[in-house]
Ligand binder design. Structure first.
Ligand code: GLY
Ligand code: MN
Ligand code: MN
Length: 458
């Protein structure tokens, strides 16, 4: 499978769909590169996802004007000083020819009160965008947007919620590259390696596929630290390796995949038992994905199945529904079942819960549901992740406020027998189809026997 390239006509069709939904002029900016530690040392430029969605080309400091019947790209003129360091820049004529769009110098952009735009994501970007648009642009999510900006955000969300064929080709490729990465990670794992060696093999597979990472890789024997950023741990025989690693295509589309495997090549009995509980919860959630189904129901299907498994293992005692209502699943599975996936790994999270939550829905305060990033009714063309987990998190299990009324239902002696499991998460990328669902990452080993066989395949 080779890198898919989206044709100019597909971007033109997206721009036309935007102007059908939003009547006035809209300005979608690409943004600036972001500083790492000081102004001159910057992260590689990554254009804002909305800009990539409508144009496909990561041009720094550019803005796309979309209005009924017309789209114009405003781009910086090639700068000899910048070319000294960065190499030849495309001329405006080159851009017009390659992107099949009218191109003007960005200095010619005329500010107007009619011009709607989307929020900036950092302070430097907000200053630049304010200059471009000619009024103060706030930094932040889309929750507090007003007037025309809010209408534009809602129109963009409506478009980006369901993916067209070109986007699905990109998502499939990102999923395929994630398969290469996870197989490479499993295959080379040996006791005595460092986490960073496993990470390096996984990221090498992504880079060798012409992609980059879609977020900071998590590769750790401490899966219970949900956003673990350390990679210096040593792999020991009884460890489980949790790898949450995804790819981003050059056009910006993401995959987001987690697998867990035994460092020593074989799951212990207790690891296998808990892994299969998480897997059953994940399969129940995937089976629940279908058009018209509320994502909150998918989340709850996973929590209930996980709790059923924990009752079967004797970690909890009591009545399934009663325990679920009292937050028992969340004690071990404290995050949401997943999120939207697209150009952003948490798609459109720059627009806050405006994107993830259907109008009229707000986040629940309950421990089981409060971290759910998405609560919409699913529709064909949406892509979501399904990623339940089981974690023994000291901050939860040793906190009387968290365990609360569940302490008599929780068998801590039995739980101790599972102390070779710190964290397990299984995450797949799922496309909603008219018939139900398609797991884009289905080729990545997931059953315990299959995972063990992949590790052995040295
Ligand atoms: N890798 C980020 C997430 O799973 O949401
Ligand atoms: Mn995810
Ligand atoms: Mn992930």
């Amino acid at each position: 499978m080779s890198l898919p390239v989206t044709l100019a006509a597909a971007f033109a069709a997206r721009r036309a769909r935007l102007s059908e939904r939003f009547g006035g002029p809209a300005l979608i900016v690409s943004g600036l590169s972001r500083p790492r530690n000081y102004a001159g040392n910057r992260y590689p430029f990554r254009a804002e996802s909305h800009f990539l969605y409508f144009l496909g080309r990561p041009l720094e400091g550019a803005a796309l004007l979309v209005e009924p019947g017309r789209a114009v790209l405003f781009a910086p003129l090639p700068d000899p000083e910048a070319e000294l360091w960065g190499g030849k820049q495309a001329s405006l004529d080159d851009l017009a020819r390659e992107l099949e769009i009218e191109v003007r110098p960005i200095d010619e952009l005329v500010a107007s009160d009619e011009l709607a735009t989307l929020p900036a994501q950092d302070a430097e970007g907000a200053i630049w965008q304010s200059e471009v648009v000619g009024r103060e642009i706030i930094q932040g999510s889309g929750v507090e947007l007003e007037g025309r900006d809010r209408e534009l955000a809602d129109a963009v969300i409506e478009l980006r919620l369901t993916h067209d064929e070109a986007a699905i080709r990109q998502l499939r490729f990102a999923a395929h590259v994630a398969e290469r990465a996870h197989r490479a990670g499993m295959r080379g794992t040996r006791v005595g390696q460092h986490e960073y060696e496993v990470r390096a093999r996984m990221e090498a597979a992504i880079i060798a596929s012409g992609c980059s990472c879609s977020y900071n890789s998590i590769v750790t024997v401490h899966g219970e630290v949900l956003h673990n950023e350390r990679h210096d741990g040593l792999l020991e025989t009884r460890d489980l390796v949790l790898a949450d690693v995804g790819a981003e295509t050059p056009e910006g589309w993401a995959s987001d995949v987690t697998r867990v495997w035994p460092a020593g090549g074989q799951f212990s009995t207790t690891q296998r038992a808990l892994y299969d509980v998480v897997l059953a919860a994940q399969r129940a959630a995937i089976a629940a994905v279908a058009p018209g189904v509320r994502y909150l129901a998918v989340h709850r299907a996973a929590g209930l199945e996980m709790l059923r498994g924990l009752l079967d293992l004797g970690i909890f005692r009591g009545d399934l529904d009663d325990l679920y209502m009292r937050g028992a699943a969340a004690l071990f599975f404290p995050h949401g079942i997943g999120h939207l996936l697209g150009l952003d790994v948490h798609d459109m999270e720059d627009l806050g819960d405006r994107a993830g939550y259907a109008p009229g829905r707000v986040r629940s305060a309950s421990p089981g549901d409060r971290y759910l990033r998405l609560d919409r009714d699913l529709a064909p063309g949406m892509a979501v992740t399904i990623e339940p987990g089981f974690y023994q998190i000291p901050a939860l299990l040793s906190n009387p406020d968290e365990v609360g009324g569940l302490s008599s239902a929780l068998d801590r002696t039995r739980l101790l027998e599972f102390n070779d499991v710190r964290g397990i998460r299984i995450e797949d990328d799922v496309l909603v189809t008219s018939q139900g669902r398609e797991v884009l990452t289905a080729a990545i080993p997931k059953m315990t026997d299959e995972v063990e066989a992949t590790i052995r395949d040295r």
